[in-house]
Design a protein around this ligand. Structure first.
Ligand code: HEM
Length: 402
């Protein structure tokens, strides 16, 4: 009997995703039939080789959501609509030559960021956040720190003033949490971006927005605002989760304990292990088949939706033959995607500097930091897409603010 398609929801994505992906692979192979909200079918690509095939062939497996063969079944209020995207003029759904130009505009604007300055902005904001909690002896290092840091640094790089920072942090967190303030948060961000663009047109500065405006490929203001929204949202949450998931690993796994007492050598190893074993970007939507084809022994029809199973592919036994942890320098994981639509390389570097600096500042300022609750009681957000902790309560010896 053919096993039934797997619902892409439920508590196991929160509690034991690795086990779940193993079972899916055992029962269905490298390309798993899944159902989304409202019984909408899709394929989850869990095989390392198959994921290379999908992300490496943007003609056959397109980013163009207009190709979807399920649009007539999708209601206007479908909860996953914001993630699938339709007729959104951002880089995410642009294809072909125009996409290449657009990715180059973003990459060039981020590549010109001075690494030394980036690190010093990250340190400054990280120190401010630690100052707000360090005299108390306890805090939630996800809620009061990791969830606030990347957006502050990115806002500064893109061109916002430090005074605008806290408002943008609240707006972005409201937007990504999808709570009642989500729409207002999104509007605040969009208005702030549009205002920043107008200011920089009058008076260019040494920042990301001014460089995007100066790009010769002629993208409209609306397109640049859309891309800035993507760069803010796609940049903040995974970087915040990278910090949170790495600190959790360091606080719960004795292989990394030494670094909590002043050694920094294993910060990079913990961060890399998280990208292999506990990546912020677990599953990503999507690609659409531009014609009937075969993938991992499955018949995929024109217009079918494929979801990128990044965490599943990272753990594919065909590449992880001995099942061991892959730390050290091996970065052949899928956590930043692959191919033309992958996370731009300069964005990956910016994320790395923010996450590493964020973790190092915690270890420097709160050297005896320890978990305040049993490790088993830590919980994740209930999402099959982005994996991060709902909180990470810690204790430490109180120290004065700087
Ligand atoms: C400074 C922080 C970051 C920025 C500015 C950023 C920006 C972006 C942008 C603009 C894209 C779209 C690329 C395109 O469509 O061509 C993208 C894609 C992506 N990013 Fe990032 N990102 C950041 C951090 C991260 C982190 C920390 C992760 C994961 C650990 C991540 C994972 C991804 C993935 C998986 C995609 C590809 C989605 C796909 O293939 O469809 N990003 N990012």
């Amino acid at each position: 009997m053919t096993p039934a398609p797997v619902p892409l929801s439920g508590p196991r994505f929160q509690t034991e995703p690795a086990e779940l992906y193993r079972e899916m692979r055992r029962d269905h192979g490298a390309v798993v039939p899944v159902v989304l909200d409202g019984d909408i079918p899709a394929w989850l690509v869990l095989g390392y080789r198959e994921l290379h095939q999908v992300t490496g062939d943007p003609q056959l497996f397109s980013r163009d959501s207009e190709l979807w063969n399920q649009w007539d079944r999708i209601p206007d209020d479908w909860p996953l609509l914001p993630m699938i995207g339709r007729r959104q003029p951002s880089i995410l759904y642009t294809v072909g030559e125009r996409h290449r130009e657009r990715a180059a505009m973003i990459s060039n604007a981020l590549e010109a960021v001075d690494a030394f300055e980036l690190r010093s902005h990250a340190e400054k904001f990280a120190d401010e956040l630690i100052d707000a909690v360090c005299t108390k002896g306890e805090t939630d290092i996800v809620e009061d720190y990791a969830a606030l840091l990347p957006v502050r640094v990115l806002a500064r790089l893109y061109g916002f003033s430090d005074e605008q920072g806290p408002g943008l942090v609240t707006a972005l967190n409201d937007m990504v949490n999808g709570r009642e303030g989500a729409l207002a948060g999104q509007q605040h961000l969009a208005t702030s971006m549009a205002q920043l663009l107008a200011d920089r047109k009058d008076e260019p500065a040494d920042d990301v927005v001014s460089r995007m405006l100066a790009d010769p490929s002629g993208f409209t203001d609306e397109e640049i605002v859309q891309d800035l929204m993507v760069m803010m949202a796609a940049g903040h949450q995974p970087t915040a989760d990278w910090i949170g998931n790495s600190l959790r690993l360091m606080l719960t796994d004795e292989r990394f304990a030494a670094s909590l007492f002043g050694g920094r050598h294993s910060v990079g190893e913990a961060m890399n292990e998280v990208l292999w074993e506990d990546t912020p970007t677990q599953n990503v939507a999507g690609r659409w088949a531009s014609r009937d084809t075969q993938l991992g022994g499955r018949r995929v029809r024109a217009g079918d939706l494929l979801l990128l199973g990044l965490q599943g592919a990272n753990a594919d036994p065909q590449v992880r033959t001995d099942g061991s942890a892959l730390t050290g320098g091996n970065s052949a994981h899928f956590s930043f995607g692959h191919g033309e639509h992958r996370c731009p390389f300069p964005a990956q570097e910016v994320a790395e500097v923010i996450a590493r600096t964020g973790i190092e500042v915690v270890l420097d300022r709160l050297p005896d930091i320890d978990l305040a609750v049993p490790a088993e009681s830590l919980t994740r957000r209930p999402s099959p897409w982005l994996r991060g902790l709902t909180g990470l309560p810690v204790t430490f010896t109180p120290v004065p603010a700087r």
